[in-house]
Ligand binder design. Sequence first.
Ligand code: HEM
Length: 457
Amino acid sequence: MALAPTSTSTIPGPGRSGSLSTTLAFQRDPLGFLSKMLEQYGNVVRLPVLGMPMVVINHPDDVKKVLQDNHVDFDKDAAIFELVQPLLGDGLISVVGGASWMSRRRLIQPSFHRKRIEDMTQVMLSHSEDMLRRWSGFAADGTDIDVGREMSQITLRIVARTLFAVDIGAEGATHPYAQALEVMMKELSAFLQFPIIPLRAPTPGHRRFWKNIRIMDGFVYDMIGRYRAGTAENQGDLLYMLMNAQDADTGEKMDDRQLRDEITSFLFAGHETSANALTWTIQMLTEHPDVESRLREEIDRVVGDREPTMADLPKLSYLTAVINENLRVNPPIWQIMRHARVDGELGGYRIPAGSNVFWSPYLVHRNPDFWPDPEKFDPDRFAPDLARGIHKGAFIPFSAGPRICIGNTFAMTEIQLILTRILQRFRFESRTEQPLRKVPNISLWPDKPIRIALQPR
Ligand code: HEM
């Protein structure tokens, strides 16, 4: 296909005059709207949203090119992170640009080595034990549980304990940090649905947002203060590493604001997504009893009643397949964007420098050329011999390339261990109100709480 010289005007898509209607349609139902656009215009679509021209891609070759093969040409975009700046600041997730990002990533990477994660499994298991002890009480008195809340609580506890050596409150009790985080997230989600009135404008919702950010910051700065004062014990955790790391060029150490941004980014990224994946996986099991019983059979055979270990995990291949199939159908991060730094080419079209390139893992994971019968929940797609043949750009729940999720092994280990423990102890029955809709916000959550009733096995 011939390449146009400098603009995106040759890329198919709705005309510029439709910018307002496009924006409204995107805001109302982003996944439905994008899916319609891809169906109508193909795997590369030009879309003006919120006055910002976007190039939407949906072919795994193009996704792989942006994330991996030509990653230097496509960077994160500071303008997008402006929206979540009050929460994440300049932590690893939002930092733009090659060299500054790379030195930070190198600094943090050792905290996620396999050996370190193996050491963390004891914390993951003991927090699971606390949760399940409490669940036994619910099973005895017939109380339903809200799976999303339970999973958010346990994953937040695990990430705080493993990475920062802090206990974010006893199991079942809601810590002020967790409470503030929940309210802040609600307000941030409302803002992101329609980010027109700036967060600084003092609407009641925005005031609540800032109040809770201050509560969260108070907790994090207090943690930093205790470390600096030497009253916190060095447990070889990420905070200790960050605090003592020196910039290779300047010799400077991170100041409190930089530490705050990093801690908050990890507490946030390290629990919201894993909680989401656990919640949807449990929902998928309630909808597919055949999958659930095959999974229980595998866990009974490989692990029995004892505590699972890291060495068991490679043998639990159906468990891994179920988790992956859920991440395909319900990827927690449903949208990703990059900014073209130089002129490039995607899908045969010229992509001028400055373009915003957008894709949705949710839609890429439904590309029918790569995923036959894409809506069907079928873990066998990830059977070990088939999984090896999956295109590197077709399954991207953790992204790909150098900026792939740093916590992917942490997350998979945590999800595998928690699910194994739950399935060893309980059977469950859905009590979720139907119909269930998916709400694409910061991550992809159901519109109603996922509720289950528990029976001990
Ligand atoms: C199922 C769970 C998870 C999913 C689906 C997930 C997904 C993702 C995705 C898609 C990205 C790339 C975003 C982009 O390129 O714009 C990412 C980056 C990141 N994730 Fe995760 N994540 C998960 C769990 C975790 C955990 C447990 C942690 C930490 C303990 C974590 C920390 C991060 C960080 C720090 C980044 C930025 C990495 C960088 O830019 O170098 N994530 N994650």
